[in-house]
Write a protein that binds this ligand. Structure first.
Ligand code: ADP
Ligand code: MG
Ligand code: ZN
Length: 485
């Protein structure tokens, strides 16, 4: 029997709070001077006491509800002990045994197929500080000493632990992408792998011949989706090779080396007993009564997958179109506003996916920074529908609306576009421009040397091309003749 790939993921999401989980220090550590966002609590000065940040609890509950988890009232924090310089207390305050959100699932679409990935739980915990190794490449090896920055220490995280339900790198990537999307829809986390607000530990194994779970390896230090894919592919091949050669796998943590493209053994996996977990008595159980949970539930926006399915139903879009338009909540909001402003749904989707997308990409901006309002874009598309504007002209009009921050009407005037036809003034300007670019042809005609009228035809052709066929040919010919006199 073929060995099946089995993947389970642990995702750490940095929660979008202003202050840390147990003190009022700022969580805004990126670019901050090291060790400035700190206080006696997060530096573990003896005698200080942690105080729970209620907003972090709200966000964890929000995410838990989005993931269909059961929210538990009265769950506790535990101390997880380990000694490392980035952890001044020598223990991390986390949840063990009873997490605030239990069970749950996420329906993913991978390789065009729907699949349900079950969750074990979601829990709250604090982040550790950051070690800085002053070597050229920032790596530990070769550094004469290390520096520690506690700014990040104590930042709230929610850890989402999946069941080992994924069976291919593509499913793992789809799962991470959808968790990130959900976190952003709910405004729970930025979910950026690059800046570390979303971090993934990847567990991977190959099933035994009898179908039971095989020995798993945990992969760490993977900082992009692309690297996760590569690391998984490498690790799956490595495990297959070990088994093919009759060897045995050991349960261990391996580090991904992005440059070498390999995983390397870091340590054999510690068991829970090594952490000497015990209840954090300095913090009361977390209050999450049914009416509080209900209030959070009512505050949830439409879920991304519901919105995706609704767009297919309501606007008659394909699943792929709908997926693209609902990928980001703000883009979906924008799209719906365009339709509301009078654009037919299919046309609006098309414009968003092509021209708007192109402008965003070329200018390196996000839909939230797009200066053309949804109302104006909707009006513009409605004009195309009424044949007040041709498709070709509309592209120019949109470009001008973008670059000059103009309304549709202003941009149409500027582009000389009106009623699907170019105005006489604009046409005259085009003729003048063409003449200026072809002085020899104009000269020849004026001298009466254009016997067969070939040069006049040539100029007419240029004018029609310049107006992208939006000028009336006889009107153009009339203006050309008039200006040639
Ligand atoms: P730990 O507490 O040591 O991290 P857990 O049992 O909580 O271990 O599991 C952590 C993650 O590993 C979970 O996401 C789970 O789905 C995954 N996992 C467990 N067993 C396997 C396996 N055999 N193959 C792949 N992933 C696994
Ligand atoms: Mg773990
Ligand atoms: Zn602090």
């Amino acid at each position: 029997m073929k060995r099946e790939v089995v993947i389970g993921l642990e995702i750490h999401l940095q929660l979008k709070t202003k202050t840390k989980l147990f003190c009022s220090c700022s969580t805004d550590y990126i670019g901050a001077t090291p060790n400035t966002n700190v206080c006696p609590v997060c530096l573990a000065v003896p005698g200080t006491l942690p105080v729970i940040n209620d907003h972090a609890v709200d966000l964890a509950v929000k995410m838990g509800l989005g993931l269909h988890c059961e929210i538990q009232d009265g769950t506790r924090f535990h101390r997880k002990h380990y000694f490392y310089a980035d952890l001044p207390k020598a223990y991390q305050i986390t949840q063990y045994e009873h997490a605030i959100a239990q069970g749950g699932y996420l329906d993913i679409i991978a390789d065009g197929k729907k699949k349900r990935v079950h969750l074990d739980h979601l829990h709250l915990e604090e982040d550790a500080g950051k070690l800085v190794h002053p070597t050229a490449d920032g790596r530990l090896s070769g550094a004469a000493y290390s520096l520690v920055d506690y700014n990040r220490g104590g930042t709230p995280l929610s850890e989402i632990v999946s069941m080992p339900d994924m069976n291919s790198p593509a499913e793992a990537i789809a799962y991470i992408t959808q968790i990130r999307q959900l976190a952003r829809y709910l405004d729970v986390s930025d979910g950026e792998m690059e800046s570390g607000s979303l971090r993934v530990d990847v567990n991977v194994s190959l099933s035994n011949p009898d179908g039971t779970l095989g020995t798993r390896v945990e992969l760490k230090n993977i900082n992009s989706l692309k690297s996760i894919e590569r690391a998984l592919e490498y690790e799956i091949a490595r495990q297959n090779r070990v088994l093919d050669e009759g060897g045995r796998l050991v349960q261990e943590t391996r580090l991904w080396d992005d440059v070498a493209g390999v995983t390397r053994s870091m340590r054999s996996k510690e068991g829970a007993r090594d952490y000497r977990y015990y209840v954090e008595m300095d913090l009361a159980p977390i209050d999450a009564k049914p009416d509080y949970v209900q209030k959070i539930r009512e505050s949830l926006p439409e879920m991304p997958w519901d919105r995706r399915d609704r767009f297919v139903e309501e606007y008659g879009l394909s699943l792929e179109e709908s997926q693209q338009l609902t990928d980001q909540r703000e883009a979906a909001d924008y799209y719906e506003a365009v339709v509301k402003a009078g654009a037919p749904a299919a046309k609006a989707a098309n414009w968003m996916r092509t021209e708007v997308q192109r402008l965003l990409r070329e200018n390196g901006i996000d839909i939230t920074e797009f200066p053309v309002t949804a109302g104006e874009l909707g009006k513009m598309i409605a004009k195309i529908e009424k044949k007040d504007l041709s498709n070709t002209q509309a592209k120019d009009v949109l470009a001008v609306m973008y670059s000059d921050r103009l309304s549709v009407e202003e941009a149409m005037k500027k582009c000389g576009a009106s009623g699907g036809k170019i105005t006489a003034d604009a046409l005259r300007a085009v003729v003048e421009k063409v003449f200026a670019s072809q002085p020899e042809a104009v000269e020849t005609i004026r001298k009466g040397a254009d016997k067969k009228g070939a040069k006049v035809k040539f100029l007419q052709g240029l004018v029609m091309r310049e107006t992208r066929g939006n000028a009336d040919p006889s009107e153009a010919a009339g203006i050309i003749a008039e200006l040639l006199k």
